[in-house]
Design a protein around this ligand. Sequence first.
Ligand code: SF4
Length: 371
Amino acid sequence: MAAHSMVYLKGMINLKKRSEIIKKFKAEGGQIAAIAPYHYPKALFRAFNILPVELWGPPKLNTLESKSHIQTYICSVVHSILTFHLKGNLSVCDYILIPHTCDSLQGLGSIFLDFIKPEQKAFTLYIPRGRRQVDIDFLSKEIEKIYNELQKATGTTPDKNELNHHIETEEQAVSMVKKLIKNRAYLNTDDYTFYKTIRSKEYLPAEDFIEIAEEFYKTYKIDTPLNKKPVILSGLLPEPMEILNVINEKDGLVAGDDFATTGRRLYPKSEGQNPFVRMAKSIVHSPPDSSRGDSVEARLNHLIHITEKTGAKGVIFFIVKFCEMEYFYLPHLRKGLSEKGIKSIVIDTDINDELSQQTITRIEVFMETLK
Ligand code: SF4
C-alpha cells in the first residue's frame, strides 16, 4: 500500500470548551465532580447524574498559592491542582476525588481532607498495586464505599441496571479511544488536533465523546498510512502540548501512546452482573502502568509491543519533573529498549512552563536520528 504524504488537515472538529460543558450539565440538573489523576470509576459518578471532570493541572498556571502548602520539589500537576482550588476555580464543582495515584497525590488528599477542608465533599480512593483477585475485591469495596457516600449526598439510589448501563456507555467511549489510537497512522490530522480530541474524554459526557470521536474518525480517515516517522510517547500527560508540534514539524507522528491520560487507560471490557466488581476489574486489568506498580518487565514488553506494531524506532519519555514513580522505571526501560535497537530520550517537563529552546532542539535532534 502506498504511503500517504499529504499535508495534515487541521482543527475541523468543533470541540466545546470545558466551562460550557460544565455549565450545560449543571443547567440540566446534574452535578460536577473534579477528579485528580487518574484511575477512577467514571460510570459510578454518571449513575448519580454527576459529570466527572478531570484535573490534569490545569497547565500554564502561576502556582504561587500552592507554594505555602507544599514543597517546591512536588510535581507541577499537584501544585496546579491545589492552586486552581485556592484561586476558587473549583467552586463550580460539588465533589472532589483524589485517588492515591502516587505519594504526592496521597499528600494532596490529606491536605484537602485535614487542612483545607473544602466546602465540596472530598473523597480519596486507594487503587491497589496488584492484579490479583484480592485486588479486585479490595477495589470493589472502595468503589462501593464511594457509592454509599454519593447515595447519602444526593439522596438517590441508582440500581444495578443503571450502573451497568453507564458502565457499558463508558466502555464504548474507551473503545473509541482504542480505535483512534490504533488507526493513528490512517487519520490525516496533526497530533495537536488528535490529542485535543481524544483528551476531550476527560471532561465530556461519554455519549458526547462517542459522537465526536466517530465524527473525527470519519472526517480524517484515509486508506493509506501517513508517510511520517513513527515515534512513541510515554509519561503522564502530553503537556506542554507544543511537543506535538515539534514532532510533526520534524516529519514525525505520535504513532503509539503510553500516557496516563490515554494509553494507560485503555481498559478492557468487563463482564458480570455486579457493577462494583465490573468497574474494579476493568481498572485492575488496565495496561501496564507505573502507578499500578507493574514490573519493569511488563512495562518494557508493552513498550516493545507498541513499537513493533507501529514500526516506531524511538520512544520519548516525556516526564513531569519530580514524578518519582516514572523516574524509577526509566534506566531499566531505556536499557531494555536499547537492547532491542529502539532509541529513547528523557525530557523533563513542568506543565506550567513553555518548552525551552534547549528542549525543542533535543527533541528535533532525536527525531533526526530516527530512520
Ligand atoms: S505527575 Fe507523577 S508525581 Fe505528579 S501527580 Fe502525577 S503521578 Fe503524581
